[in-house]
Design a protein around this ligand. Sequence first.
Ligand code: F0G
Length: 459
Amino acid sequence: MAVYMPEPYRIKMVEPLRVTTREEREEAIRRSHYNLFGLKSDQVYIDMLTDSGTGAMSDRQWAAVMMGDESYAGSRSYHRLMEVCHALFGWKYFQPVHQGRAAEKVLFPNLLKPGQVSISNMHFDTTAGHVVLCGAKPVNCVVPQALDSTSRFPFKGNMDNARLTELIGQFGRDRVGMIVITVTCNSAGGQPVSLANIRETADIASQHGIPLVIDAARFAENALFIKEREEGQSGSTIREIVRQMFASADAFTFSAKKDGIVNMGGLVAVREDGGLIEGVRRYVVPNEGFLSYGGLSGRDMEALAVGLEEGVDESFLRSYTGQTRYLVDRMVEEGIPCQQPAGGHAVFVDARQLLPHIPYDRFPAHALCVEVYREAGIRGCDVGSFMLDPDPETGAQPQAAMEFARFCIPRRTYTQAHLDYVVASILRVKERAGVLRGYRIVKAEKILRHFTAQLEPDA
Ligand code: F0G
């Protein structure tokens, strides 16, 4: 039976939620052209669109906000953040930026030239977007177990290192601009990457002289999974595991809106000297702002300095990943197919299994999310073919390896009763799954289209 672990915190401030009627939701989703990003937040009851920037800050973080030093240059808050980063990761250079994609924007042009490829376990959508903006091509190389939602392989985010070596051989070393390890692997279901796998990838990268980048958005969750699941790691602390995870990469990008537990923020980090940090700084000043704030206010940097420490607290991590495990276990008990075992930040419902009659180019995971919104005011999002932009050369709709409907758990935000309501609502949708229809895109941008695309239900 699914077990819910009591939270290691209590509630000090609340934000009222509005319950909408089905008629209101029908009207709202029609007006937003069947795109869940188009809804107003007060049309949503439980918002599981993302775990990014949507968590609750602690009393210590709010107290730190009041200590923000808003000096344009040399802010005390910047130096405080740098101290926390040095102590946690042990690297030499950290550059604040306003969020994860800003880190991608200022780092990737230093590593990728037009015509090159970037190889990753799986690129997140903005990461793939920035690779394409550099004129390069993203290539995913996750282990095959990730693509079988019923396999209980403990590290489904791992890079398929045999295939990585093959790909480097095929493309030729000079065409591979960078290798990216995404921890946890969001697009594969928030699935972790093992230390052994990270080390193996790092060896391959260094043998070929290819820069290794970690997309560190959910590094702390990944460290907890290593502690819980990897042989020989149960006695290590989260901080020790973090040090080992980052021991051999060249650079990392970090969306602090996840494991930094802040509403806005990010970092780029470079491990040592060698010219890369200078290249990053050259992009930061005109795009993000002066080096000692990089798009953040002093109070944001204070909140992040505290959030980074709270984010690696083991009792918090156990409770947070415990919420996800509870939700996945409850779903599986009810026969709702999900990516298993539970990953870090979200439950990923396998929409291909639940809605086998909807083809990939009619977006089964998107269809499921729209129906769950209609049913209960719960907002999830498609991590499947709808999230994939058309091929820039042919315009063809790529087919995602998995059609996931993702329901994220914002940190320290929802209770067990909310999660039970989510299970009950998805179960009601499952009972009428056979009559759900797919969606057609009627208007869309070429890059990162899923945020703004307009859709219509299939006839
Ligand atoms: N990398 C990963 C693995 C991510 O999950 C995200 C964002 C980013 C980079 C970009 O960071 O949003 O701060 O610019 N993921 C969010 C999500 C949006 O919903 O999964 P950002």
